[in-house]
Ligand binder design. Structure first.
Ligand code: SAM
Length: 235
């Protein structure tokens, strides 16, 4: 069965957007995954199709109504699909969570707009709050696209050669080693000799050493976790 992404949004025309192109787009054509964008406004009940209202307690902006969102979720949630809501307050998305979501049947993703979403519907529906980083977007749609992109590329058959997946950033808990291609000398900058040696075992060791060095240097948080997972050999 194809992996399923259902997105609840006020802007369904933003989908599939970039995910209709390149490998993800090909994967969709080949029915390896499916995307359905659901217009939240279709579940409003008044003649103006209202989806938001001013916040109780005062303050700027508007809040998305729980009753309208609940009706949209009722029509969209289905057994097995992970129920998610994009919000800067959520647990920060990482490759471990992406791998779990990609391994399951799919996701239902609620995209916020305005100041956000009435808290009660998040709790009533048990939505998992997911953030893509410590910054504020204008809406959940680009966050949902990011999450779905990260999942879709892990679906078997979507990437051309699946071998490239295991060596990437985060798959080993390390940032990636640097890449080089032709020309071997560019503007007086030669590629590291070892990469021209044809010595596969030494090249592998060099790449691992680089990945470790870069991770320790740039991301002490990831490095500490890697050292815990891999034990003493990681210095
Ligand atoms: N008032 C909110 C706050 O201060 O945290 C910001 C709301 S933001 C303008 C509108 C919507 O964009 C949010 O409801 C959420 O769906 C989405 N969004 C914004 N930043 C995000 C992030 N870093 N990760 C995931 N979703 C985000």
């Amino acid at each position: 069965a194809p992996w399923i992404a259902k997105v609840l949004t006020l802007y369904p025309e933003m989908f599939p957007g970039p995910l209709g192109h390149s490998l993800a787009g090909r994967g969709m054509v080949n029915n390896l995954w499916q995307l359905e964008a659901v217009q939240i406004r279709d579940f409003a009940t008044d003649k103006h199709r209202t989806v938001d209202d001013s916040p109780f307690g005062g303050g700027a902006g508007m809040v998305m109504r729980p009753d309208v969102l609940d009706a949209a979720l009722e029509a969209t949630l289905s057994a097995g699909l992970a129920p998610l809501v994009m919000t800067p307050r959520g647990r920060m998305l990482n490759q471990d969570r992406v791998r779990d979501l990609a391994a399951g049947p799919g996701v239902v993703v609620l995209c916020g707009r305005f100041e956000g979403i009435d808290q009660r519907v998040i709790e009533a529906r048990g939505l998992e709050e997911v953030s893509i980083g410590d910054y504020v977007l204008s809406g959940g749609e680009t966050a949902a696209l990011t999450l779905i992109d990260a999942c879709v590329r892990l679906i078997p058959g979507v990437m051309g050669s699946e071998a490239t997946l295991d060596e990437e950033s985060f798959e080993e808990g390390l940032l990636e080693y640097p890449h080089f291609t032709r020309p071997a000398d560019w503007n007086g900058r030669p590629v590291p000799d070892i990469l021209l040696s044809g010595h596969h075992e030494r090249i592998r060791a060099w790449r691992l050493a680089e990945a470790r060095r870069i991770t320790a240097d740039r991301r002490p948080d990831l490095w500490a976790r890697y050292c815990t997972r891999h034990g003493a050999g990681s210095h």
